[in-house]
Write a protein that binds this ligand. Sequence first.
Ligand SMILES: Nc1ncnc2c1ncn2[C@@H]1O[C@H](COP(=O)(O)OP(=O)(O)OP(=O)(O)O)[C@@H](O)[C@H]1O
Length: 299
Amino acid sequence: MKIESLVKNIDQRVILNDINLTLNPGEITGLIGRNGSGKTTFFRSIAGHYELDHGKIFIDQEDIQSNKILKQKIFYIDEQYNFLSNYTLNKLLVFYQNAYAGFNKEKYLSLTKKNNLNPSFKYRSMSKGMQGLYKMILAICSNAEYLFLDEPLDGLDLIVKKNVLGILLDDVSENHRSIIISSHNLNELESIIDRALILKKNQIQFDYHLEVLRENARKIQMVFKTKKVPQLIKENSRLLHFQGRVVTAIFEHYTDELKKAIQAEQPILFEELPLTLEDVFEVNLAHDESNDCLQGESV
Ligand SMILES: Nc1ncnc2c1ncn2[C@@H]1O[C@H](COP(=O)(O)OP(=O)(O)OP(=O)(O)O)[C@@H](O)[C@H]1O
């Protein structure tokens, strides 16, 4: 899927501005952004729930606006506005089979049975955990190429979470779908995603491939003789914490040369710490204003 120059305004306010993105098959992508940054608007725009103010979305080089059949390649359930509540699982199966030509009924029946989801259950009478599990089963069984999952693990207990993730990851290993998951729980995302998109100021401002990030980036805690952070550190890192003389910084493009240059500043303490997705999120978003002087490179 290729998203080109997507703009979405709501009530004359720009919510998404000039989003350009390619989503690759077989890739699990995390969509990360602060509350109100536009994650749900992004999903709704792609899924065709909103008209775009500008831009185009292509699947296999075809514009999805001009070929509505392509919508079957996208699975998205709007958490706020959906029709699931009043129906039994039996009825929902019929709806989804009609909506997705490639719906895998056999798998659906096997997964619902395995998870004790009785066809006569009404969706709204199920617990949050059962609903979460059911939505994941629908997503996988739709056989859509693009699954947009808005906070799929939100409010689920540990056991259900594991179960929901298990269903997703089993599917990923068998099929070559592109999956985008939004979540506020970065620890949860970290273990499953290949790529992280950070939505900020109406745009995708950072696009990290986690493998590249793990290979090239380092989180380092340093103490220098004076309170002043050396210019070299400011120019090459983003400051995570700064307390007294203890500086914790993230270097996105860490090299042996850079290490030597830092050590030439003769830090009293120099220690590599494990880098988490939460650190990357915090350094890019939480300390937005205070950290401007230490901004590194963006995409
Ligand atoms: N239907 C609407 N009418 C007016 N404003 C809206 C509407 N939908 C979204 N917005 C505004 O657009 C912005 C982005 O909202 P959106 O729900 O997409 O963010 P989000 O990143 O999904 O937030 P959260 O993480 O809190 O779920 C917010 O400022 C929100 O108030």
